[in-house]
Ligand binder design. Sequence first.
Ligand SMILES: Cc1cc2nc3c(=O)[nH]c(=O)nc-3n(C[C@H](O)[C@H](O)[C@H](O)COP(=O)(O)O)c2cc1C
Length: 345
Amino acid sequence: MRFDLTDTRREAARKLAGACFVCKVCDGVACRGLIPGFGGVGAGSGFTNNVEALARRKLNLRVLHEEREPDTRIRLFGIDLSMPILGAAVAGVGVNKISDMTEQELADAMVLGPAAAGTLGMGGDGGDPEVFRAGLAAAEHAGGEAIVVIKPRLQPELLTRIEAAKRARVAAIAVDVDAAGLVNMAILKQKVEPKSPTQIRELVNAAGSTPLILKGIMTPDDALLAAEAGVAGIVVSNHGGRALDSTPGTADVLPAVAAAVAGRLTILADGGIRSGVDVVKMLALGADAVLVGRPLAIAAVGGGAEAVTAQLADYAAQLRVAMTLTGCSSIAQIVQHVLWDGGDA
Ligand SMILES: Cc1cc2nc3c(=O)[nH]c(=O)nc-3n(C[C@H](O)[C@H](O)[C@H](O)COP(=O)(O)O)c2cc1C
């Protein structure tokens, strides 16, 4: 591996001073309320709840078996991926004081880094038009092997951005519906709104053959409405605790959401995933694949796309070890029974 992740983090800590403290464990404690910045909104409990909900789950160690070569590959939205771990959208260098890198440099690292690791990254959207433009350009640089996430803007503007994403031949288009009251959009006077099922159906139709994903689904009811509107996938997410304070950890709501819609659409999940062990937990709780946000952004700031690739390779290596020690040779085998049921989770 060319990149030493410790050096990458040291470099990121130097550049991120103030916006993120590059803590040993990225758990949302030091950055509570720092939005704009890297933190969770308000008391920051949505972010810390994500990390705590995962920590509460325990795994069954199972070593008397014949599985030798765990296979981490999956197929998602018709694309073969090397691992069930995607890069989440982390964007807005200016408003979030991410570093002195340009929006394009960050977007390229967050999209080309995952592409080089054989998976997908995401471009974001923000109050500054440059954020969406850079994410889309990064997706084009990756030959369309990326997902772009559009804010729940007023319908005409959202439809225009969907058309631009289709022209870039992206793998999928997401709308982060949980950003309907996002502080960062309000600061830059950008209009966003909650979306009705009728409006979602209009977005699905506009996306056509490009899969449409809703990011920010936290209840079985919203998941069912999403499925009925015909979306291809959802991301169980509380926006890393940045949208609404006092939301539960995503690992806590995922089982009920998965029970409501599994088999009808693809279920992604994010929030506080910090290791291959966390990936196993989220998959066992019902996710088809997961997204990682802040740790990849820290890698991007510290060492660009190559550091993002290295961080993902590290998670994949951890995932293989965790699969071996829980007796899983394929991603499909990571189901409920890998979780210890003697706990309080
Ligand atoms: C600084 C920052 C910027 C973000 N920008 C976006 C964005 O543009 N679009 C989006 O859907 N989510 C955005 N997110 C949320 C992430 O995609 C992700 O949902 C969240 O960070 C949870 O994962 P984590 O705990 O691994 O960071 C952002 C998060 C951070 C910290």
